[in-house]
Design a protein. Structure first.
Length: 248
């Protein structure tokens, strides 16, 4: 392992099978943590993520979980404890991203996004809280630049992430002093499996970004690592990882 900032600790990363979640899981593993990841449908990708962590010399576990379900969350947290005996870091990454015109947004679309992006982190944090308090642990929520700026075609998504930002601050006050709670809010992040035809849109975002490029999953993961391994005294913060895009 290149570093051992999290040696002897365990991280639980929801939605850790793919994309940003996988990079977060790998980054925490490189820092020495044993890592439990949850997945809903991405079983093959979850197995691959576990294999990658094990190739790094770490311990890993993949657990199927629907973060919208209280019983499913309870079972996932229980599985992580059964495997590793502790949870030091919880990363609430599982989320749904959708776009839709606000005037035609359906109740089903609204509920799906809020149940996953806001209720999910609440449920997982609540179930893990006793374990986190026992070890003076950390919670890192994955918010969004969309939770800070109104996106007219993503009203349900933006609203759910704004709710998560506020939930982060409420948790920080409620769970102190044993548990620190912070949030990483990415801007446009380049991903290998973006939908076809998004290259032009990505280029437009890069052109608007003061740093001259879009972010990477690694940028987000390093911000998570800071909150996971940095000063416990830092709590209640929402950190933009957007290259300055939110300033434009």
């Amino acid at each position: 392992m290149p570093t051992a900032a999290l040696a002897g600790k365990t991280a639980l990363v929801t939605g850790g099978a793919r994309r940003i979640g996988r990079e977060i899981a790998l980054t925490l593993a490189r820092a020495g943590a044993s890592v439990a990841i949850t997945f809903r449908n991405s079983k093959a990708e979850a197995a691959e993520a576990v294999s990658q962590i094990e190739m790094l010399g770490g311990r890993a576990l993949a657990v199927q979980c629907d973060v919208r379900s209280e019983s499913s969350v309870r079972a996932a947290v229980g599985a992580a404890i059964a495997a590793f005996a502790r949870i030091d870091v919880l990363v609430n990454n599982a989320a749904v991203f959708q776009s839709a015109p606000l005037e035609s947004l359906t109740l089903e679309q609204w509920d799906l996004v809020f149940e996953t992006n806001a209720r999910g982190p609440f449920l997982v944090a609540r179930e893990a809280l006793a374990h986190l308090r026992a070890v003076h642990g950390r919670i890192v929520n994955i918010g969004s630049l969309g939770g800070m700026h109104a996106w007219a075609t993503h009203a349900h998504y933006s609203s759910s992430k704004a709710a998560l930002h506020m939930l982060t601050q409420a948790m920080a006050k409620a769970f102190a002093p044993e548990v620190s709670v912070n949030c990483v809010a990415p801007g446009w992040i380049e991903l290998e499996d973006r939908a076809a035809g998004e290259a032009e849109r990505a280029a437009r975002f890069a052109a608007r970004t003061p740093m001259g490029c879009n972010g990477s999953a690694g940028d987000v993961a390093q911000a998570v690592l800071f909150f996971a391994a940095g000063p416990h005294f830092v709590t209640g913060q929402v950190l933009s990882v957007d290259g300055g895009l939110g300033l434009s």
